[in-house]
Ligand binder design. Sequence first.
Ligand code: ATR
Length: 308
Amino acid sequence: MSEVYTADELIDGGGIFSRLSPPARLCVFGDPVVHSKSPVFHNAALRAADIPASYVRIHVPPEKAPAAFRALPKAGFLGVNVTIPHKAAALAAVDEADDYARRSGSVNTVVVQGDRLLGFNTDGPGLVRAIREEFSVDLRDLRVVLLGAGGGAGRAIAVQCAMESCERLVLVNRTREKAQALANELAPFFRTDRLVGPIERIQAIPLEDSALREQLAHADLVINATSVGMRRTDPPLIPPSLLTPNLMVYDTVYASGKSRLLEDAAAVGARCANGLSMLLHQGALSFEIWFNRPAPLEVMRTALHALP
Ligand code: ATR
């Protein structure tokens, strides 16, 4: 299903979606949206669960986002996923949002309830499930170094780590000030009676070799939340010499094959995984929110992995 619908088709009443067979009751908003893999695994899930609905892509330019969200109830949609660049706009558009969505400043899953829109964010909880599946460990037990804490994705992951009260969190960003502001905001989550020794449980550092080397010596998991590595020609985000075999490395980028960071990590014998598992689990959690039942995870996984 490669067809992309327009925001105007939704804003103008959305009749086109009800005429599809089965009718489109779920969708993803994005700009661009043509590459979204979500319809493939959500449609597989809907079929497997015998739900007579389909999931479509809708191209929504930023200026049309508010009207597109408002048009969802009348067009008969049950819910929508939200991708780049609309996650913050989605938070502004919903009538109510859960605690994690509010704190992370972004919504990726909307439920249409009558005329009201309810906002959730399944990215952080999806990451928790992905880490458990990939590495057989719980995020909360780990000392995490988060690369790209200044972006929207980085913020959502940092907030999840904080709400889980993970063992340690080091926020790394090219522009250190952004990471420091986030560290200050999240510091209350890390003030506990737990005996942790002389090292701060939350810290912000710049993306610089010496600071990174020092922090990686006390880390279990490195997460890349920047978009660096999307293109095969990207320079390394961090020097390969900083990576060690004891680390787990998770790259939220899921371009085909391994990103540069994962290639470097694998070369030193570190365990590594890319963002496909986070994509899968955030989608499964959206399904669970929309339908209040377990998602057919293996069906979704098979559909996702069958994509080129
Ligand atoms: P957003 O997610 O809000 O759209 P972005 O511009 O895509 O933001 O950037 C996401 C993250 O990737 C940010 O942490 C950004 O660092 P800055 O806050 O310093 O801009 C980081 N980032 C983007 N390009 C980068 C690069 N070439 N090297 C290092 N970090 C980079």
